[in-house]
Design a protein around this ligand. Sequence first.
Ligand code: NAP
Length: 215
Amino acid sequence: MAQGESDNENDKKKRLAIMGGTFDPIHYGHLVAAEAARDQFRLDRVVFVPSGVPPHKKAYPVTEPRHRYLMTVLAVASNPFFEVSRVEIDRPGFSYAVDTVAEFRRVYGTGNQLYFITGADAILEILTWKKVDKLMGLCEFIAATRPGYHLQLDATLEKFPPEARGRIHFMEVPALAISSTDIRRRVREGRPVKYLLPETVEQYILKNKLYAEEG
Ligand code: NAP
């Protein structure tokens, strides 16, 4: 039985996940994490949602949404279970997860099983997110992490209310040793990024001269 599944009733439900992230740029760590979640949680579909304006200030200038969106489209093109949504990049203002999940609930109905997948570091901050109580009631969470972080994660999760703890599932993904920060630095320094992200995304980065500046 897949994780997060409790009875036969769940078998009739569609199982959909929102893959949330800045994706600046998207890389194989993200793609492997989404595919691992699809397998472990028996998902019918994973919808990648590049954030428009991330609500938490970043230490670097985030690349224009249209570039991050197009790189994500290129990266998922070969996977029939993956798609990309413009919902956050078309919505004015900050990209709050609660608005996105509520929009998916509105479009796909309440009868389906909905997950929000993202990095564990981001999920551990979830108690600070906008309308977290409403958000926790709308979906369950899959927190993707590198292997070996479990003790640290368990200690942080202890501080969460019990009802929230049961709705967060951790998933170890070795490919998450790849990071967008490292890729941006490599491009800036003219070092190779081959095998860290799809070739089409690498070509898009070079063609549009992304990550050439310090950031
Ligand atoms: P982040 O802080 O930039 O990323 C935290 C860590 O998670 C990084 O190591 C990052 O690696 C990794 N990561 C990010 N997205 C991932 C994914 N989909 N799968 C696996 N690893 C991932 O996080 P962020 O990108 O800004 O935000 C993540 C998601 O949380 C977004 O959907 C964002 O909208 C949401 N969020 C919502 C609120 C809110 O509603 N108030 C607040 C914060 C975040 P890379 O750098 O390699 O990607």
